[in-house]
Design a protein around this ligand. Sequence first.
Ligand code: IPD
Length: 268
Amino acid sequence: SASEITDLRALARALAVEAGAVVRGGRPDRVEVAATKSTDVDPVTAMDRSVEELLRRRIADRRPDDAILGEEGDDVAGTSGLTWVLDPIDGTVNYLYGVASYAISVAVVAGEPDPAVWTPLAGAVHSVVDGATWTGARGQGAERDGTPVQVRRPDSLATSLVGTGFGYQAAQRAEQARVLTHVLPQVRDIRRLGSAAVDLCLVAEGRLDLYYERGLNPWDMAAGGLIAAEAGAAVSGLHGDPATRRMTAVGTPARQAELVALLEEAGA
Ligand code: IPD
């Protein structure tokens, strides 16, 4: 119900803000890489792990029947049909280097925790360095620090500012670079800011017009995708598919359709 969704949004916001304070207060001057994941350039820090543990403890306490899918830990099964989708630090490379864009992303989805079929109900993204918190709730709009946000509506692709991101695998990056050569000449400019969750919130509030990336994980897009959609963005993949790891393209509806056509033409 609407009031349950409102409560889930408040909890997502509280969790993201609490975790954000931990990250803000605990970042050492020089961050060490604790381990690497998919490749040597895909880092995990001690902070990623401890913040995800904090989020998992809070959810187990407050919502014991819900499932959990997180970037840094094992899936937890639930009985309620709801799943919390967690990214303790989205933009880990920025966190490592002390570059501004990194965030905690907390979302709750109904149904299978798979972007192809899930229904996101509520989400929050808390940007650690500037302290901004974006939230979204299904059917209830998107906000930044309590103020409603809306996508920008540029009148052409040529005047649209487009965010994107790259994965950690060399072959995937070569393909992303190839597609980028088709997109860059057609748009105002490209930004690679380093946190997909924040980038999707920037689309929501009109600081980017569009965002696309191939290879996004469910936790990179769960909260930000809902926030962008609730701010008026179209969110999809290519060829009429939903937004998934295969492709996520987000932005003001008319321009998003043009970007999707361009990506399809580029064979993305
Ligand atoms: C990454 C960031 C980045 C995106 C990558 C993600 P992580 O998440 O969101 O902007 O381009 O695809 O993997 O590894 O920092 O949590």
